[in-house]
Design a protein around this ligand. Structure first.
Ligand SMILES: Cc1ncc(COP(=O)(O)O)c(C=O)c1O
Length: 366
């Protein structure tokens, strides 16, 4: 049965919205962007949302805002899990920070005890990544940060809408970054991203920096960039946001079925769920010994899978050529050879999940 790994939410309403914006004749940072920012801030539970062309751009602008306010200086250290998408570390490196990669625990999220161990006199901040849509252990991370005077920025690229003890991810720390890349839980059918924060000054700086440092149409307060957002993507994002909680529930329902059908099978490790959380399963990632053979077997049956990610950040050539000493991160290095992402999206059919599980059982002779 043909089953894609992920599938964006598309409706006639979305297509109509695109045409409406085209006919309206206003394409960049207009009313749709303004409304999307307000609605996203309200959904996340924060004061400000600032849209930019993608997560990487939004986070880079935020890093520059941190530099302008003295919260980040050349050579400062930022602690980031290595088990994440490579972009997680890029904005900080571009901004002159040194990234200290740390290991994960069995939830695939950063291990707070290892953050504590990695702290030095140069450490200024932590970027926990809510990877696969699973909220990190925020109580522990925030306690470590508080005890050491560090800021925390959440990487919510894979977790929009998830909750940690009732709070939305992206609302619990100094700031957070979101991505609307086509495979994400909320997409705008192209690149897109945002920063959320309760800090008025940092939000204002990011707003200016994304648009040539402009105060108004013809006055430039600072040297900025063109890293703006456009109206078509904002109109799409607004509709996607209205459906996000329902679609995330669809993902959770699919995961419940995966767990029911795959639970207890020898040789298969299912991802644990952090108690008290509402994950949004951007990915449903299993571990298995013959990962590549299973992926090939599933592909032959029409079931697409993925590996997120086959090379950990600390083992990427770009990082090896940047830093002299690279730590070994046993858990990250162990899982990269075993993880396999199974099909998951908001409107995946129970038949597709059941068929995928039947194929896995056939492969494992379970
Ligand atoms: C965890 C994580 N952080 C950051 C990013 C970067 O997002 P973008 O592609 O919008 O720059 C991604 C997307 O791949 C991601 O999954």
């Amino acid at each position: 049965m043909k089953t894609p790994l992920s599938k964006p939410y598309v409706t006639q309403e979305i297509k109509d919205a695109v045409l409406r914006v085209i006919d309206g004749g206003n394409f960049i940072l207009g009313k749709e962007c303004e409304a999307f920012e307000k609605e996203m801030a309200a959904h996340t539970g924060v004061k400000h949302c600032v849209l930019s062309c993608n997560w990487t751009a939004a986070m880079y602008l935020f890093c520059l805002a941190l530099k302008k306010t003295g919260k980040l200086r050349e050579g400062d250290e930022v602690i980031i899990p290595s088990h994440t998408a490579f972009p997680s570390c890029e904005p900080f490196i571009h901004a002159g920070a040194v990234v200290k990669f740390v290991d994960i625990d069995d939830t695939y999220t950063v291990d707070p005890a290892l953050i504590e161990k990695a702290i030095t006199k140069r450490s200024v901040g932590i970027l926990p990544v809510h990877i696969y849509g699973q909220p990190c252990n925020m109580d522990r991370i925030k306690a470590v940060a508080m005890a050491n005077g560090l800021w925390v920025i959440e990487d919510c690229a894979q977790a929009q809408g998830a909750k940690y003890k009732g709070a939305r991810v992206g609302s619990m720390t100094m700031a957070a970054g979101f991505s609307f890349f086509p495979s994400k839980n909320l997409t705008v059918f192209g690149d897109g991203g945002a920063i959320t924060t309760n800090d008025d000054q940092l939000a204002e700086l990011v707003r200016k920096l994304r648009n040539h440092g402009k105060r108004d149409k013809f006055t430039n307060d600072m040297i900025g960039f063109n890293l703006r957002f456009n109206e078509i993507n904002a109109a799409i994002g607004r509709i996607q946001l209205r459906e996000l909680d329902r679609l995330n529930q669809g993902r959770r329902d699919a995961v419940a079925l995966y767990r029911k059908l795959l639970g207890g099978i020898k040789g298969l490790v299912l991802p644990p769920e952090r108690p008290g959380c509402e994950p949004v399963y951007h990915m449903f990632v299993i571990q298995v010994n013959n990962r590549d053979k299973l992926a090939k077997f599933l592909a032959e049956k029409g079931v697409s899978t993925g590996i997120h990610y086959p090379i950990a950040c600390h083992q990427q050539p770009a990082i090896k050529s940047l830093y002299k000493s690279i730590p070994s991160l046993p858990m990250t290095e162990f899982v990269v050879g075993r993880i396999l992402s199974l099909p998951i999206y908001g409107e995946i059919l129970p038949e597709q999940v059941t068929f995928t599980c039947d194929c896995i059982k056939e492969f494992l002779k379970a």
